[in-house]
Write a protein that binds this ligand. Structure first.
Ligand SMILES: Cc1ncc(COP(=O)(O)O)c(C=O)c1O
Length: 358
């Protein structure tokens, strides 16, 4: 029997897409200073390691996951009610489920850009029409263009707060202006970097049931390999989203690690303060001193535009420091640099300065 070409079996919008494949291979935290993925640059608390070891020793790997009071604990941490929370396999899964649940093929999705690639990826899978108002270095979040782009066809508006790669914060006021202007449209507010920015709209989800927030334990908490995110929204939305998420999508390792993390949250506090109050101002003043332009960031990373960004990236790499090249919409190549602790930032700044002289 003749083989049927795959192209005719799978949906054309899926086969036309390319995979979301970030450059993760070959990164080794024991060899490199990893400033390329906005990760925590220090290991996690020993309480988490011990909880994972205990779990393995306890012979429960052959049993399906059970989460105990994890929802309650996360809700408590987030200052909302348990019925306003759904745990997910990383916030990527929250983003995917929200977009799948809110949009139908052919709908428009407003994704202010440049931004995190996952929104486009999910929009491609759902065959949505993407509208991309642009962030600007001086103007920040494109409020008026987003309001102007709203139409009866809009299925969802994405607001990454703060945005990646630019670090741009969006005010509660601007988010609510959009939520009010489009009360029947889903507003996805991605608070992936919440612990750094302290920006949140979580206290508004009961008054604005069109707002759905995604959050994660991948960044400040240092657990991206474990994959745990959560959605915060009105309980009616959470109940509907639970119809989409699988019952075991969050693995037991994640549940064990996050229980331990929330029992001992101290390890994140000092790290966040050091990154935001010492490392970030140090790098900002270095960039200012060297007349290198950069975007105003509310997160643990800075998108900078030195003249010779590829030389700098190569030099940093030769010193074992990885940063992420990211082009702006006008094609200029910048570097998105994650901030670690003070000593790591000093090391990066020294190598950066050397590269400027090359
Ligand atoms: C804005 C934004 N949202 C979501 C994510 C995904 O995080 P997670 O590991 O929770 O899937 C990232 C990761 O870089 C991000 O930058």
């Amino acid at each position: 029997m003749a083989e049927t070409p795959l192209m005719t079996i799978l949906k054309p919008n899926i086969t036309r897409m390319s995979a979301y494949a970030p450059p993760l291979e070959g990164r080794n935290p024991h060899e490199h200073l990893l400033l390329d993925f906005n990760e925590r640059t220090l290991p996690v608390s020993h309480h988490i390691k011990q909880a994972l070891i205990d779990f393995i020793q306890n012979d429960r790997i052959q049993v399906y996951p059970a989460y105990g009071n994890l929802n309650e604990k996360i809700a408590d941490y987030a200052g909302v009610k348990p019925e306003q929370v759904m745990i997910t396999n990383g916030s990527d899964q929250g983003i995917d489920i929200i977009i799948r649940s809110a949009c139908s093929a052919g709908d428009e999705i407003i994704i202010p850009s440049p931004t995190f690639a996952m929104y486009q990826q999910c929009a491609g899978v759902e065959n949505l029409k993407v509208i991309e108002p642009e962030y600007t270095k001086d103007g920040g979040f494109p409020l008026q263009p987003v309001l102007g782009a709203l139409s009866p066809e809009t299925g969802l508006v994405v607001i990454a707060n703060p945005n990646n790669p630019s670090g741009t914060p969006t005010s509660v006021e601007d988010i609510l202006t959009i939520a009010k202007a489009a009360p029947d449209t889903a507003i996805l507010v991605d608070e992936c970097y919440f612990e750094y920015s302290k920006l949140t709209i979580a206290d508004q989800v009961m008054d604005f049931p069109n707002i759905l927030i995604t959050r994660t334990f991948s960044k400040t908490w240092g657990l991206p390999s474990i994959r745990l995110g959560y959605v915060i929204s009105h309980p009616d939305n959470i109940n509907a989203l639970l119809n989409v998420r699988g019952p075991y999508d969050v693995n037991q390792f994640a549940a064990v690690a996050i229980h331990a993390a929330l029992d001992h949250p101290e390890y994140t506090h000092d790290y966040v303060s050091e990154v935001m109050e010492q490392s970030k101002p140090l790098f900002e003043s270095f960039l200012q001193q060297k007349n290198i332009s950069f975007w105003n960031s509310a997160a643990n990373f800075i998108w900078a535009f030195p003249e010779n960004s590829s030389v700098i990236e190569q030099h940093l790499r030769s010193k074992g420091i990885l940063v992420r090249p990211k082009a702006s919409s006008d094609g200029k190549m910048g570097l998105r640099v994650t901030l670690g602790d003070l000593a790591q930032t000093q090391r990066m700044v020294t190598a950066f300065e050397e590269a400027l002289a090359l």
